[in-house]
Design a protein around this ligand. Sequence first.
Ligand SMILES: CC(C)(COP(=O)(O)OP(=O)(O)OC[C@H]1O[C@@H](n2cnc3c(N)ncnc32)[C@H](O)[C@@H]1OP(=O)(O)O)[C@@H](O)C(=O)NCCC(=O)NCCS
Length: 196
Amino acid sequence: MPLFPVLTGTTPAGESFCLARLRREDLPPLVQAFQNLELTTYLGGNGFTYSEAEEAEWLEDNLKNPAGQVLFGIYDQTQTLIGSVALREINHRTGTAELGVAIYSPANWGRGFGSGAVLLICQYGAFHLSLYNIMLKVFAFNERAIRAYQKIGFREIGRRTGAAMLGQERFDEVYMELLTTGLDVSELRRQIQQLG
Ligand SMILES: CC(C)(COP(=O)(O)OP(=O)(O)OC[C@H]1O[C@@H](n2cnc3c(N)ncnc32)[C@H](O)[C@@H]1OP(=O)(O)O)[C@@H](O)C(=O)NCCC(=O)NCCS
């Protein structure tokens, strides 16, 4: 199936990427990604890897757009799946949601894809879902992620002391939030006006 980009962005280095709905053929890169213990550790699955069957079940669930969640694949300019980004626990009455993101290959970390994708989905959440407050949880040892979130405007709002373990050491779980009132949604507004 061809890829149908929903939102597009560009990294500071000028590499374009897009957010699009996942497809069944995305299963092999997903399975490959979730054999990496470093990736699964950052995502809270210390020591876990995920089999093809587990990933297939996860993918099937997400193809059906589960209630209270929006998940997009992140694709580079060659239309290769390089990650995913999601708003979960969406509460339309309060305008709140939780963010999750992963760039799958360490070779693609630190290249601007993660912060770019997070910014796009937060703008989408503000404009299309009327979200007011987006929060996330991140382990204190994940300094790259914290830096990426800070760049977009997330700020720390608290910590759960020692709630993460890595290599027999305890680390805090950091809570961060972004208020969407400061986000520029003019590009999304322009896209809608083109339809009218
Ligand atoms: C977290 C993640 C989404 C961030 O995306 P990314 O594309 O790597 O991040 P970006 O390139 O947009 O920004 C990273 C920033 O951290 C900096 N950085 C890179 N490595 C770093 C490190 N080891 N320590 C501190 N900062 C670091 C970069 O220089 C950059 O900041 P700058 O633009 O001011 O120079 C991505 O790294 C990832 O998916 N990691 C594995 C899974 C994960 O941690 N998910 C989040 C769980 S909460």
